[in-house]
Design a protein around this ligand. Structure first.
Ligand SMILES: C[S@@+](CC[C@H](N)C(=O)[O-])C[C@H]1O[C@@H](n2cnc3c(N)ncnc32)[C@H](O)[C@@H]1O
Length: 199
């Protein structure tokens, strides 16, 4: 596990400083994805694998000054970039593994996770941990600002149903982890899966 974490940290550490400038036009897509969580003022929400914190201002807007916003990431360099971008003003940042969160069970109303799930060593365990920290009836958004086919094409690959994020694979994974799949969207300009924490 430590080696897997080192691999993730190495991969993202060298990309942290330039991360936001690679994707300068994604802001509206993140705002729209956050909207789908249906957050209310005063809610508590986690951005799991928050990276440079691109979603944090949108999450703060949604929960208001009385809400709680947490951003957790395994790679300190990504969080350093979040601080430099002023995003610590939108939420509390912590270096943490999304699969072992220092958060009380049921403490959160929702989790937003952009670009995270493909990087988890054991996705089922990660999704179960996200379910642990969310109250029954709370929500999960798995988001990416580009669909699976478009992303695969960008990397010169093709997609298959064996892919972790393919609906036949992800649906059962979510169910075993304590989530009820609510909607599955995989379009060129957005991958968005919404799930509800089972009671
Ligand atoms: C593709 S980036 C996305 C960052 C950010 N959510 C965004 O949309 O810009 C994936 C992020 O997940 C983080 N990450 C990967 N595995 C993680 C884990 N097990 N726990 C927490 N963060 C993790 C990486 O460090 C990286 O910052």
């Amino acid at each position: 596990m430590a080696d897997d974490h080192a691999h993730v940290q190495d991969f993202f550490s060298v990309r942290a400083a330039g991360w936001d400038s690679r994707f300068p036009d994604d802001g509206p897509a993140y705002a729209a994805a956050v909207d789908t969580l249906g957050l209310r003022p005063g809610d508590a929400v986690l951005d799991a694998g928050c990276g440079t914190g691109r979603a944090l201002p949108h999450l703060r807007d949604a929960v208001g000054p009385g809400g709680k916003v947490l951003g957790a990431d395994l790679t300190p360099a990504m969080l350093d970039a979040a601080v430099r971008a002023g995003r610590a003003a939108s939420g509390d940042l912590l270096v943490a593994d999304a699969a072992r969160l220092p958060v009380r069970g049921g403490a959160l109303d929702a989790v937003f996770a952009a670009g995270l799930i493909s990087h988890l060593t054991h996705p089922g365990e990660g999704l179960r941990e996200l379910a642990r920290v969310v109250r029954p009836g709370g929500r999960l958004a798995l988001f990416h600002p580009i669909g699976r086919a478009a992303l695969a094409a960008r990397h010169g690959r093709s997609i298959s149903d064996a892919d972790l994020r393919a609906e036949p694979h992800l649906g059962p994974l979510l169910a075993h982890a304590g989530w009820v799949l609510d909607s599955y969207t995989d379009e060129d300009d957005r991958f968005l899966v919404l799930a509800v924490r089972a009671h």
